[in-house]
Write a protein of this length. Structure first.
Length: 138
């Protein structure tokens, strides 16, 4: 789980993991496979480079309870940078989440119906600068 709030810049990489619901049939919400939240207030401003690829997550979330295998949420003036993303900019309710969702599904061998991406501000989702990999955190 990655939860950035306020004025932070960070570069989490989530790749090559096998994530599963150990019970196999959770009855409570909140059981995401990978959950990322960049900002939680309209005044937040940060850049988050997230390399979410090569994970085995199918069935990790509890879709019927609103918890996806992969969910990335963006709020305020925060920006998700996704290495290799070639779809249209998706921000502030403009554009279309389907390109972000499709990329995450393809990169993690999952179904698009098991993935969610939301944006509620002028920030949004884009490729990394120049299409580069996420920088290694210090």
């Amino acid at each position: 789980m990655c939860d950035l709030r306020g004025q932070r810049d960070d570069e989490p990489d989530h790749y090559g993991n096998t994530i599963a619901d150990p019970a196999g049939s959770a009855t409570q919400g909140g059981a995401w496979g990978i959950y990322g939240e960049d900002g939680d207030q309209a005044s937040d401003s940060s850049t988050l480079c997230a390399d979410v690829t090569g994970n085995t997550v199918t069935g990790a979330g509890q879709i019927s309870l609103g918890s996806f295998d992969i969910e990335l949420d963006q709020t305020g003036s925060t920006t998700y940078e996704l290495p290799g993303y070639t779809g249209p900019s998706y921000n502030g309710g403009t554009g279309n989440a389907s390109a972000v969702i499709s990329m995450l599904a393809t990169n993690n061998s999952d179904s698009t119906s098991n993935i969610s991406a939301t944006t509620t501000g002028p920030g949004g989702f884009s490729n990394t600068r120049g299409g580069a990999a996420c920088p290694t955190p210090p």
